[in-house]
Design a protein around this ligand. Structure first.
Ligand code: NAD
Length: 482
């Protein structure tokens, strides 16, 4: 693959993109593998000046980007998909190195990333306006009226660590595809993964010159982007506390926030319990529970509670925990020590308050394992806050109504699901669930990249998915020709 490795060592070296120009700095941060602590990549430590420079480059290039033919931008995205697919193994390995994602799941993320970009290229064909009948009202008159969609100009994209490739694609592909320029600030936990994807965009023969810049860092770089008047959209995926800061600092511009959650499911007594248990183990522990729609709360009808708890414990014990580089590993370590300590202390306090460990609970070779907790009450942290770790809570409920009330009684509202064979209950649930997306007879952790995706309440503002992101990254211009 492209020369990403430092000549003296095996450490990959991310570089800044000031538009199409690569730059480096003597001040660099080292990224260590969360699995074995080895240094896997380095990135320039950018500051407010670097960020402002990138923003001005993006602003200067925005006219050229807006004027670029749509056909060129479609070819651009298709070219990135082709080269990403060719480089799949290198991308997957870098994901496993930087965030300790098990290699099998890293490959899935690369495939999803390619699909997201491909879907965006397909969706660009539908990025158009429509005519408006201005004589529909007695006060109106016949005109030639329509609306068209225009790029917003500059988009600032800020991304999290848990899907550091696909979530970058969900922002930069539609933003660039719509004819904008972009400044990307990826997660500090996976700078190289983001750099490698950005390089595919920048080096493409179809690239719009200077349309994409990438700066590295944390809050200083992020808040410089957010406070600047240059970007017209801030597209953020990350935690609720940072989302709140962004909302308070952004001023008058579009802000799209994809934030946290504590996803829930209800297991009805009519459900296929074996299927539900197998899927719940996957949804709770996939990516070590570090998924915004990770299954965190399971409400189970009291008549099947004991049986379901046993089935879930059995499924959980089958999951292989260990090295992210082994083909059959299901779950690796959490992203950092702080997260591991938080998981341990939340489980310990739940135990003190009367909850029981049904599976897991004790570390395996320094890795916090898949953990099932029973007899969890509403006020315990493991159920009412976003846990973002491999911990799932079981709660017995007398009926559907109690389950849905408990699900909705949360400050978050990202995705909920239900396992049932009762059609009427399914219909009620679709209406009753106070969240951005519902899933019937599977886990709330299900996301198809083609769908609209986002939350209500503290889980965010706006929707992602190529079609909806394209709407977010364009502005409607209304035209009347009299
Ligand atoms: P985070 O909020 O800590 O960081 C996200 C990004 O924000 C990073 O790039 C970080 O450097 C940047 N940042 C930090 N301070 C900033 C500031 N003051 N101004 C601007 N940017 C700033 O989140 P994380 O730990 O990387 O990711 C986990 C969180 O993301 C979880 O809460 C998870 O639920 C959420 N998430 C949500 C979705 C979704 O689609 N709803 C998807 C993935 C993750």
């Amino acid at each position: 693959m492209f020369g990403i490795f430092d000549s003296k060592s095996n450490v990959a070296e991310a570089k800044i993109f000031f538009g199409s120009t690569e730059a480096t700095k003597t001040l660099r941060t080292e990224r260590k593998s969360p699995y074995d602590g080895t240094i896997v990549s380095t990135a320039p430590l950018c500051d407010a000046d670097d960020t402002t420079k990138a923003l001005h480059i993006a602003k200067d290039a925005s006219k050229t980007a807006a004027a670029s033919p749509l056909s060129q931008r479609i070819l651009w995205l298709e070219d990135v998909v082709r080269r990403l697919t060719e480089e799949k193994e290198n991308f997957a390995m870098m994901l496993s190195k930087e965030v300790a994602k098990p290699i099998t799941f890293s490959r899935i993320e690369v495939e999803r990333c390619a699909e997201t970009i491909k879907l965006t290229a397909l969706e660009l064909a539908n990025l158009h306006g429509e005519t408006i009948p201005t004589d529909i009202m007695p006060s109106g008159k016949k005109t030639m009226a329509y609306f068209k969609r225009e790029p917003v100009g500059v988009v600032a994209c800020i991304t999290p660590f848990n899907f550091p490739l696909n979530l970058v694609a969900h922002k930069i592909a539609p933003a660039l595809g719509a004819g904008n320029t972009v400044v990307l600030k990826p997660t500090p936990e996976a700078p190289m993964t983001a750099y490698m994807l950005a390089k595919l965009f920048v080096d493409s023969e179809y690239a719009v010159k200077d349309a994409l810049s990438v700066v590295y860092g944390d809050a200083e770089v992020g808040s410089t982007l957010v406070k600047s008047p240059i970007p017209r959209v801030i597209s953020f995926t990350g935690s609720v506390p940072v989302g709140k800061i962004i909302m308070s600092q952004a001023g008058i511009k579009k802000v799209s926030l994809e934030l946290g959650g504590n996803a829930a499911t209800y297991i009805d007594k009519s459900a296929d319990l074996e299927l539900a248990a197998a899927r719940c183990a996957y949804g709770a522990f996939y990516n070590s529970g570090q998924v915004c729609i990770s299954l965190q709360r399971i409400y189970v009808h009291e008549e099947v509670y004991e049986v379901f708890a046993e089935l879930l414990a059995k499924e959980t014990k089958k999951l292989k925990v260990g090295s992210p580089y082994e083909e059959d590993t299901f779950m690796g370590p959490l992203i950092d020590e702080e997260s591991r300590h938080r998981a341990k202390s939340w489980v310990a306090s739940a135990k003190n308050e009367g909850a029981k460990v049904v599976a897991g609970g004790e570390e395996v070779e320094g890795i916090f394992p898949p953990t099932v907790m029973a007899d969890v009450t509403d006020e315990m942290k493991i159920i009412c806050e976003e846990v973002f770790a491999p911990i799932v809570s079981l709660v017995a409920v007398p009926d559907y109504e109690t389950a849905v009330k408990k699900m909705n009684d949360s400050p978050y509202g990202l995705q909920f699901s239900i396992f049932t064979n009762d059609l009427k209950m399914t219909q009620c649930f679709i209406d009753d669930a106070a969240c951005g997306g519902v899933v019937i007879n599977d886990i709330p952790t299900l996301r198809f990249d083609v769908q609209p995706y986002g939350g209500s309440k503290l889980s965010g503002v706006g929707r992602e998915g190529p079609r909806w992101a394209l709407e977010e990254f364009t502005e409607i211009k209304s035209v009347v020709i009299c």
